[in-house]
Design a binder for this molecule. Structure first.
Ligand code: PGA
Length: 237
Protein backbone atom coordinates (compact mmCIF):
# COMPACT_ATOMS: atom_id res chain seq x y z
CA UNK A 1 0.00 0.00 0.00
CA UNK A 2 1.15 3.53 -0.71
CA UNK A 3 2.41 5.82 1.98
CA UNK A 4 -0.21 8.44 2.89
CA UNK A 5 0.62 12.06 3.74
CA UNK A 6 -2.42 14.07 4.82
CA UNK A 7 -2.45 17.84 5.33
CA UNK A 8 -5.00 18.90 7.92
CA UNK A 9 -5.39 22.63 7.39
CA UNK A 10 -7.75 22.89 10.38
CA UNK A 11 -9.31 26.37 10.69
CA UNK A 12 -6.85 27.97 8.22
CA UNK A 13 -6.15 29.98 6.12
CA UNK A 14 -8.42 33.01 6.55
CA UNK A 15 -9.21 33.78 2.92
CA UNK A 16 -10.15 31.90 -0.24
CA UNK A 17 -7.24 33.51 -2.09
CA UNK A 18 -4.77 32.09 0.43
CA UNK A 19 -6.46 28.69 0.30
CA UNK A 20 -6.22 28.61 -3.49
CA UNK A 21 -2.55 29.59 -3.32
CA UNK A 22 -1.85 26.84 -0.80
CA UNK A 23 -3.72 24.27 -2.90
CA UNK A 24 -1.69 25.35 -5.92
CA UNK A 25 1.46 24.77 -3.89
CA UNK A 26 0.30 21.28 -2.93
CA UNK A 27 -0.53 20.44 -6.55
CA UNK A 28 3.00 21.46 -7.59
CA UNK A 29 4.58 18.92 -5.23
CA UNK A 30 5.82 16.08 -7.34
CA UNK A 31 5.12 13.23 -4.97
CA UNK A 32 7.03 9.98 -5.36
CA UNK A 33 4.93 7.30 -7.05
CA UNK A 34 4.39 5.37 -3.83
CA UNK A 35 3.13 8.37 -1.85
CA UNK A 36 -0.51 9.52 -1.78
CA UNK A 37 -0.92 13.17 -0.83
CA UNK A 38 -4.23 14.53 0.47
CA UNK A 39 -5.23 18.09 1.41
CA UNK A 40 -8.03 18.71 3.91
CA UNK A 41 -9.08 22.37 3.65
CA UNK A 42 -11.98 24.06 5.47
CA UNK A 43 -15.34 23.30 3.83
CA UNK A 44 -16.06 26.64 2.12
CA UNK A 45 -12.84 26.37 0.10
CA UNK A 46 -13.50 22.89 -1.25
CA UNK A 47 -15.51 23.72 -4.36
CA UNK A 48 -13.14 26.50 -5.44
CA UNK A 49 -10.14 24.23 -5.03
CA UNK A 50 -11.90 21.35 -6.76
CA UNK A 51 -12.84 23.55 -9.75
CA UNK A 52 -9.20 24.49 -10.31
CA UNK A 53 -7.67 21.11 -9.45
CA UNK A 54 -9.88 18.22 -10.56
CA UNK A 55 -7.19 15.66 -9.73
CA UNK A 56 -6.05 16.86 -6.30
CA UNK A 57 -7.08 14.29 -3.68
CA UNK A 58 -9.15 16.18 -1.13
CA UNK A 59 -10.43 15.29 2.30
CA UNK A 60 -12.69 16.94 4.85
CA UNK A 61 -12.02 17.46 8.54
CA UNK A 62 -15.35 16.07 9.72
CA UNK A 63 -18.41 14.50 8.12
CA UNK A 64 -22.03 14.42 9.17
CA UNK A 65 -23.63 11.02 9.67
CA UNK A 66 -27.01 12.51 8.66
CA UNK A 67 -28.57 11.93 5.24
CA UNK A 68 -29.61 14.83 3.00
CA UNK A 69 -32.63 16.58 4.46
CA UNK A 70 -33.70 18.85 7.28
CA UNK A 71 -30.46 18.88 9.27
CA UNK A 72 -29.40 22.49 9.70
CA UNK A 73 -25.65 23.00 9.60
CA UNK A 74 -24.78 19.41 8.69
CA UNK A 75 -22.67 18.54 5.65
CA UNK A 76 -22.50 14.91 4.73
CA UNK A 77 -21.30 12.31 2.32
CA UNK A 78 -23.65 13.00 -0.64
CA UNK A 79 -22.38 16.57 -0.90
CA UNK A 80 -18.78 15.47 -0.49
CA UNK A 81 -19.11 12.80 -3.15
CA UNK A 82 -20.43 15.44 -5.55
CA UNK A 83 -17.12 17.29 -5.09
CA UNK A 84 -15.10 14.10 -5.45
CA UNK A 85 -13.89 14.16 -1.84
CA UNK A 86 -12.17 10.90 -1.09
CA UNK A 87 -11.12 11.14 2.60
CA UNK A 88 -12.72 12.30 5.83
CA UNK A 89 -10.86 12.93 9.08
CA UNK A 90 -13.13 11.67 11.86
CA UNK A 91 -12.78 11.92 15.63
CA UNK A 92 -9.91 14.39 15.75
CA UNK A 93 -9.02 15.18 19.35
CA UNK A 94 -9.92 18.81 18.68
CA UNK A 95 -13.48 17.63 17.98
CA UNK A 96 -13.59 15.02 20.74
CA UNK A 97 -12.74 17.76 23.22
CA UNK A 98 -15.85 19.62 22.03
CA UNK A 99 -17.92 16.64 23.07
CA UNK A 100 -17.89 14.30 20.08
CA UNK A 101 -18.56 10.79 21.39
CA UNK A 102 -17.39 7.35 20.31
CA UNK A 103 -20.98 6.64 19.17
CA UNK A 104 -21.03 9.72 16.93
CA UNK A 105 -17.62 8.82 15.56
CA UNK A 106 -18.82 5.29 14.78
CA UNK A 107 -21.84 6.67 12.91
CA UNK A 108 -19.63 9.00 10.90
CA UNK A 109 -17.22 6.20 10.02
CA UNK A 110 -20.14 4.03 8.85
CA UNK A 111 -21.56 6.88 6.76
CA UNK A 112 -18.18 7.51 5.13
CA UNK A 113 -17.58 3.83 4.41
CA UNK A 114 -21.03 3.41 2.84
CA UNK A 115 -20.34 6.37 0.57
CA UNK A 116 -16.92 5.12 -0.48
CA UNK A 117 -15.09 7.87 1.41
CA UNK A 118 -12.00 6.70 3.30
CA UNK A 119 -12.26 7.50 7.02
CA UNK A 120 -9.12 8.76 8.74
CA UNK A 121 -10.03 8.01 12.34
CA UNK A 122 -7.96 9.85 14.94
CA UNK A 123 -7.10 8.25 18.26
CA UNK A 124 -4.60 9.16 20.93
CA UNK A 125 -4.02 9.60 24.61
CA UNK A 126 -3.46 12.75 26.63
CA UNK A 127 -0.46 13.45 28.82
CA UNK A 128 -2.07 12.10 32.01
CA UNK A 129 -2.66 8.70 30.47
CA UNK A 130 0.76 8.67 28.86
CA UNK A 131 2.42 9.26 32.22
CA UNK A 132 0.71 6.14 33.60
CA UNK A 133 2.76 4.00 31.21
CA UNK A 134 2.29 1.82 28.16
CA UNK A 135 -0.35 -0.50 29.65
CA UNK A 136 -2.57 2.48 30.40
CA UNK A 137 -1.98 3.91 26.94
CA UNK A 138 -2.91 0.61 25.32
CA UNK A 139 -6.06 0.28 27.42
CA UNK A 140 -7.06 3.81 26.42
CA UNK A 141 -6.38 3.24 22.71
CA UNK A 142 -8.13 -0.14 22.79
CA UNK A 143 -11.31 1.55 23.96
CA UNK A 144 -11.16 4.07 21.13
CA UNK A 145 -10.38 1.33 18.59
CA UNK A 146 -13.23 -0.87 19.83
CA UNK A 147 -15.64 1.94 18.95
CA UNK A 148 -14.63 1.99 15.28
CA UNK A 149 -16.90 -0.17 13.10
CA UNK A 150 -15.37 -3.01 11.08
CA UNK A 151 -14.42 -2.19 7.52
CA UNK A 152 -11.84 -2.25 4.79
CA UNK A 153 -9.44 0.53 3.89
CA UNK A 154 -9.85 2.52 7.11
CA UNK A 155 -6.97 4.81 8.03
CA UNK A 156 -6.16 5.18 11.72
CA UNK A 157 -4.18 8.23 12.78
CA UNK A 158 -2.35 7.79 16.07
CA UNK A 159 -2.00 11.27 17.49
CA UNK A 160 -0.88 11.60 21.11
CA UNK A 161 -2.82 14.68 22.17
CA UNK A 162 0.15 16.26 23.92
CA UNK A 163 2.15 16.16 20.67
CA UNK A 164 -0.47 17.98 18.58
CA UNK A 165 0.57 21.53 17.77
CA UNK A 166 3.05 21.54 20.66
CA UNK A 167 6.25 21.35 18.68
CA UNK A 168 7.12 18.26 20.74
CA UNK A 169 6.65 15.19 18.57
CA UNK A 170 6.43 11.71 20.06
CA UNK A 171 9.54 9.58 20.28
CA UNK A 172 9.55 7.87 16.83
CA UNK A 173 10.29 4.41 18.22
CA UNK A 174 7.55 4.68 20.81
CA UNK A 175 5.13 5.87 18.10
CA UNK A 176 6.25 2.99 15.88
CA UNK A 177 5.64 0.45 18.64
CA UNK A 178 2.22 1.94 19.31
CA UNK A 179 1.35 1.91 15.59
CA UNK A 180 2.34 -1.75 15.48
CA UNK A 181 0.09 -2.49 18.45
CA UNK A 182 -2.81 -0.67 16.72
CA UNK A 183 -2.33 -2.52 13.43
CA UNK A 184 -2.20 -5.91 15.16
CA UNK A 185 -5.16 -5.13 17.37
CA UNK A 186 -7.53 -4.21 14.55
CA UNK A 187 -6.24 -6.75 12.01
CA UNK A 188 -8.85 -9.44 12.83
CA UNK A 189 -11.74 -7.14 11.87
CA UNK A 190 -10.33 -4.49 9.52
CA UNK A 191 -8.65 -5.12 6.20
CA UNK A 192 -6.03 -2.96 4.49
CA UNK A 193 -5.62 -0.61 7.42
CA UNK A 194 -3.03 2.13 7.22
CA UNK A 195 -1.73 3.61 10.47
CA UNK A 196 -0.50 7.21 10.42
CA UNK A 197 1.37 9.17 13.04
CA UNK A 198 0.33 12.75 13.80
CA UNK A 199 1.58 15.37 16.23
CA UNK A 200 4.17 18.06 15.37
CA UNK A 201 5.38 16.19 12.30
CA UNK A 202 7.80 18.33 10.29
CA UNK A 203 10.05 18.03 7.27
CA UNK A 204 12.91 17.61 9.76
CA UNK A 205 11.47 14.71 11.76
CA UNK A 206 9.24 13.02 9.13
CA UNK A 207 11.71 10.35 8.10
CA UNK A 208 12.30 9.25 11.73
CA UNK A 209 8.60 8.31 11.86
CA UNK A 210 8.29 6.98 8.33
CA UNK A 211 11.18 4.59 8.82
CA UNK A 212 9.15 2.78 11.50
CA UNK A 213 7.71 -0.39 9.92
CA UNK A 214 4.19 0.04 11.26
CA UNK A 215 3.85 3.75 10.37
CA UNK A 216 2.29 4.09 6.90
CA UNK A 217 2.18 7.86 6.71
CA UNK A 218 1.63 11.12 8.55
CA UNK A 219 -1.24 13.41 9.49
CA UNK A 220 0.23 16.88 9.36
CA UNK A 221 -1.31 20.02 10.86
CA UNK A 222 0.87 23.13 11.19
CA UNK A 223 3.49 22.08 8.65
CA UNK A 224 0.83 21.52 5.98
CA UNK A 225 0.08 25.25 5.84
CA UNK A 226 3.35 25.96 4.07
CA UNK A 227 3.63 24.13 0.75
CA UNK A 228 7.44 24.08 0.91
CA UNK A 229 7.49 22.51 4.37
CA UNK A 230 4.74 20.09 3.36
CA UNK A 231 6.73 19.12 0.25
CA UNK A 232 9.66 18.30 2.52
CA UNK A 233 7.43 15.84 4.37
CA UNK A 234 6.07 14.32 1.16
CA UNK A 235 9.62 13.74 -0.05
CA UNK A 236 10.98 12.40 3.25
CA UNK A 237 12.75 9.09 2.80
P1 PGA B 1 0.20 19.31 14.15
O1 PGA B 1 -1.30 18.75 14.04
O2 PGA B 1 0.99 18.70 13.01
O3 PGA B 1 0.07 20.79 14.04
O4 PGA B 1 0.73 18.87 15.48
C1 PGA B 1 -1.54 17.41 13.72
C2 PGA B 1 -3.03 17.14 13.76
O5 PGA B 1 -3.70 17.67 14.66
O6 PGA B 1 -3.57 16.42 12.93
Amino acid sequence: MNRLIVGNWKHNPGTLAEALALAQGVVRIEAPENVDVVACPPLPYLSGIRALHPDLPLGVQDVSSQPLGAHTGEVGTAIFKSLDISYAIIGHSERRVLGETDEEIAAKVSAALSAGITPIVCIGEGRTVQELGSDAVRAFLTKQLDAIPDGAGIVIAYEPIWAIGSGIADDPERAGTTAHFIAEYVAPRMQNVRVLYGGSATAENASTFLEQDAIDGLLVGGASLDATKFAGIVHAR
